[in-house]
Write a protein that binds this ligand. Sequence first.
Ligand code: PLP
Length: 445
Amino acid sequence: MSDETPGTAGTEADLTAVAAPTQRRRPKPEVMEIGGRRLSPATLMMGHGYDPTLSEGSLKPPIFLTSTFVFENAAAGKRHFEGVTGKRPGGAEGLVYSRFNGPNQEILEDRLGIWEDAEDALTFSSGMAAIATVLLAHVRPGDTIVHSAPLYAATETLIGKVLGRFGVHWLDFPAGASRAEIDAVLAKANAGRVALIYLESPANPTNALVDVEAVAAARDAIFTGADKPPIVIDNTFLGPLWQKPLKHGADLVLYSLTKYAGGHSDLVAGGAVGAKAVIDPVRAMRNTIGTITDPNTAWMLLRSLETLELRMSRAGENAAKVCAFLRDHPKVERVGYLGFLDPDSSQGDIYRRHCTGAGSTFSLILRGGEAESFRFLDALKIAKLAVSLGGTETLASHPAAMTHLSVPDARKAALGIGDNLVRISIGVEDADDLIADFKQALDAI
Ligand SMILES: *Cc1c(COP(=O)(O)O)cnc(C)c1O
């Protein structure tokens, strides 16, 4: 981000213009490390990217409700547009118009990038807006998208049905694929231009993990130079705390910030963090079509990020306790929880290399069918019956009858989405209260 941006670092000239004389200097300069110790994201979420002197000394960033920004003079306006339109390299130097960016979104983008040490970051009006903008920016007619399967249903629709109308093809490999299987699919796709390799890990709703390191090695063995397709991954289920795919060879990480990052089930937003070269065309596309998040939602996300580590850690600890209880219950067939992966299996091996926590979203496979599942869901007293995940409250749903109702039976069977599968996202409540709730609901079956 530029130094001339309101709400962030500013030049001395900016400060004189907006601050009272006593406030001309920042109360404390921004610190990224102390005594050689690099500060952790949890610490930086409280102030990074925001200069209080540019906002009357306000400790917290105000919400900047404006559609446009005033130029210092006509020449500065010209320079801004030269940057935005690409006539001059380096992009926009300041804020121009709220479809391009605003102070709240810029601070949010700076802070989001911190979690994964990313070169650049963008935020969007929803997770699907992030995914759609990335695809539109990188795909041309005749291209092939290689992707892991299954994907979030709307992503599958976007790639298969919507982009298909514009002559874009796709090829997939199963989420748990070995290096040899990935090699085979990439070699087949290499007949035409491969626009990007799109991953989702863990996959929804199977929780199958993708070996990002193997995908990157396979990509680098087949493609060279300018033809090398970027690796894009939807990290909504474990990121940004428990899985950092940029470290394992991904170029761009996508988020539904609606889930763990927002974390309170009170907003819809999306994010993209990663390599600047991959993000640049996405920013240009977002500028064109206006899929940016709004200032109010960005402000709420700044608040959410301050407690991200607290919330995710607690939810993860709760899930471990709840799953340990559920696993031994006689009415439970199996618990599809990443923490229970056999360390000697290939999935367990990916988990050990890629993940630092098992998350708090898992599948509970009950003994019985739809009737037993519905009785269990209806008996829950604390857990709310709703789709989505990653909020402070525990949610439970039935994929076969809800999110995956329209998926053909054969595909549901192949994905292991049966009538006895219940999807659970654990929140930050008291773990023993949750266990008491699950116990009485299982007893009610
Ligand atoms: C929810 C979700 C999305 C879509 O995000 P929205 O914010 O609802 O648009 C994409 N991918 C995954 C894995 C999700 O869970």
